[in-house]
Design a protein. Structure first.
Length: 206
């Protein structure tokens, strides 16, 4: 299948595969479910990322094209989870990105895709720390219709946005920027050296 024959969502996945894997590695290297302290830091990391994308979920134009998009936002759920651990959203030291236009679609792809990848994380939070959808891990809970079904439907909506190749390229770059920013925040929250990368191969999505 050529690049022209790939759907938009397929192009997003293919173009971000390596970066996505590097995020997997980095997240699992900090052992987010080792104890409550690490989990609280993980939630703080999540709070920064989901604060950035919160406005994208609530964008009026996107909500006309993706039904009930605003209700998929998870920033408030992250804050709720932090409260369970007597913690608060992290104050990122730098300027927060403000994704706009087609680039914002790429950030949305990363954020919503995380709900599919969060199945592993939710099970870890439940098994190792005794947190669940009602207590401490609400933002990791699956979509009511099921993670897989929801993700397949969401990709169809992305493919039907009607973006031309240039617009798709801008969205793909937005997704790359989202993954890169996530790693920057992770290193800051967990106190890792700038540019640190982990060699481990584990599954995760922000």
């Amino acid at each position: 299948m050529t690049q022209q024959q790939k759907t938009f969502s397929e192009r997003l996945k293919a173009a971000n595969r390596i970066t996505h894997d590097s995020v997997d590695n980095l997240v699992m290297s900090v052992e987010p479910f080792k104890n409550n302290e690490n989990y609280a830091k993980f939630l703080q990391l999540q709070s920064v990322f989901h604060k950035v994308v919160d406005g994208i979920y609530k964008d009026p134009a996107l909500n006309k094209k993706i039904p009930e998009l605003e209700y998929m936002a998870r920033y408030d759920a992250v804050v709720k989870d932090l409260e369970v651990l007597n913690s608060q959203p992290y104050e990122f030291k730098g300027n927060l990105p403000t994704p706009q236009g087609n680039a914002a679609v790429g950030w949305l792809y990363c954020a919503e895709g995380s709900n599919l990848g969060a199945a592993f994380l939710y099970k870890a939070a439940e098994k190792k720390l005794n947190f669940d959808a009602e207590h401490g891990a609400s933002h990791l809970a699956g979509h009511p219709e099921g993670r897989g079904k929801h993700w397949r439907e969401f990709k169809v909506y992305l493919d039907n946005l009607g973006l031309d190749p240039k617009a798709e390229d801008e969205a793909i770059q937005g997704a790359k920027d989202a993954f890169a920013f996530y790693k920057v925040v992770l290193r800051e929250v967990f106190g890792l050296p700038e540019g640190y990368e982990s060699p481990n191969q584990r599954a995760f999505h922000p």
